[in-house]
Design a protein around this ligand. Sequence first.
Ligand SMILES: [Zn+2]
Length: 86
Amino acid sequence: MKQNYNKHIKLLCATCGSGDFFEKNEKTDVITCKKCNRVYHGGYDELVELNQKNINSEVESMKQEVKKDIIKDLNSMFKKTGFKLK
Ligand SMILES: [Zn+2]
């Protein structure tokens, strides 16, 4: 699940709020924000932890989207039979 966050949810720097300036040290896994020079000694895991609130709301809105799509699909399915879901 953690790996999926990386693809779908942008992690932001807890200090400057930017997500475009991270640099990872391949040897130590330490992540540095090049914009504000904040160093995340815990690496990716620390970043995920600090972004947990964003991630949760992001996951919630993704769930909502999925729900909407499902309801849309069901509605078009039921249209033929005269049902309407809200
Ligand atoms: Zn930063």
